[in-house]
Design a binder for this molecule. Structure first.
Ligand SMILES: [Zn+2]
Length: 331
């Protein structure tokens, strides 16, 4: 089988206010896993963490292209169990990176709640950080609990996001997500606002009978989408999946995004940014570290790149950028 490029497909159900997207990350996902496995400090992800992070990565691509946000979409889980953090960042041009941080070994047969929601304190956050953010402007953040309306812990990450889309965006959304060591993939089906895309005020005025008919269309398509098994999503190509699920529905498909326009791994770390971080520690702290070791070493969690600063580098850092009044230490 040809190793396919990572790809993102979008489509509309003709004549119905329903749209869909399908993402398959292959080379992109394999590169993220390879970099992690090659990191001597961490080693490869345990399978349940790998699969969760893969589902999150596929979901973040779907969400970014769904809202067409000009900036970074960051999808995070802050866990209260052995998995402390899982984070995916997708730029508007679909460059992406993801990583996870484990505190302890996973329990046997780890589930979503036994990894990140042991005491019911785990949460998921979606942050939109605009490209042209003004100084002092905070990025928008929505926080989603990891339990349902009855307070039962959710065991499928796709349910967490369906919940979020309904509560925060008032959009009916159906998601199927899956990942393994080769592929991270996702199918999203969404009911569009009936009048004026994204215009919630206009939508509220739509006559009830109109909504009911359109709801039925959405419900039928949503049920078809939900019948997709994770294993099928991981192994079948996009054309086969869409044909099998929606062979009776007229689809309008758009040009897929792949290759240099598609979802692809890119890390935004740089020596400059790491330098800023070390300056943020302050000169005293940096000198303390250098008194114990010959270098300040900072590894990037996303790509594994190592940055080293010796005493000369550090002195240059602080000489070139004297600490601002707010962060200076007293001598
Ligand atoms: Zn990096």
């Amino acid at each position: 089988m040809v190793d396919r490029m990572s790809e993102l497909h979008t489509f509309l159900f003709e004549g119905l206010p329903v749209r869909g997207m399908l993402v398959r990350l292959t080379d992109t996902w394999q590169e993220i896993l390879r970099r992690r496995a090659e990191n001597a400090e961490t080693g490869a992800y345990p399978d349940p963490v790998r699969d969760l992070l893969g589902e999150m990565t596929a979901a973040a691509v779907l969400m970014q292209s769904n809202i067409k946000f000009n900036g970074a979409l960051v999808l995070q889980i802050f866990g209260d169990g052995p998995l402390k953090l899982a984070v995916v960042e997708v730029q508007s041009d679909l460059q992406l990176r993801s990583t996870a941080k484990l505190l302890n070994a996973l329990p046997e047969g780890a589930t979503l709640s036994s990894m990140v929601n042991v005491a019911g304190a785990g949460r998921c956050a979606i942050t939109l950080d605009p490209q042209d953010r003004q100084p002092g402007q905070q990025p928008y953040q929505g926080v989603v609990p990891l339990w349902d309306d009855e307070g039962k812990p959710l065991e499928q990450f796709q349910s967490v996001l369906e919940h979020y889309m309904l509560q925060s965006e008032q959009l009916d959304t159906t998601l199927v997500l899956a990942a393994n060591d080769q592929v991270a993939a996702g199918l999203l089906i969404q009911r569009l606002p009936v009048l004026g895309a994204g215009n919630l005020a206009a939508r509220a005025k739509v006559a009830d009978e109109d909504q009911i008919g359109r709801n039925e269309d959405y419900r039928r398509i949503s049920m078809l989408a939900s019948s997709l098994q994770k294993q099928e999503l991981l192994t079948l190509d996009v054309d086969t999946i869409l044909r099998r699920l929606f062979w009776q529905e007229p689809l309008q498909r758009f040009e897929p995004r792949l290759g240099a326009q598609g979802p692809r791994f890119a890390c935004r770390c740089s020596r400059d940014r790491v330098g800023q971080m070390i300056r943020g520690l302050g000169r005293d702290e940096a000198e303390d570290i250098l008194a114990e070791r010959s270098n300040i070493e900072v590894g990037c969690d996303f790509c594994g790149r190592q940055y080293r600063y010796d005493a000369v580098d550090a002195a240059e850092l602080f000489a070139a950028h004297p600490p601002s009044p707010g962060t200076s230490s007293v001598h």
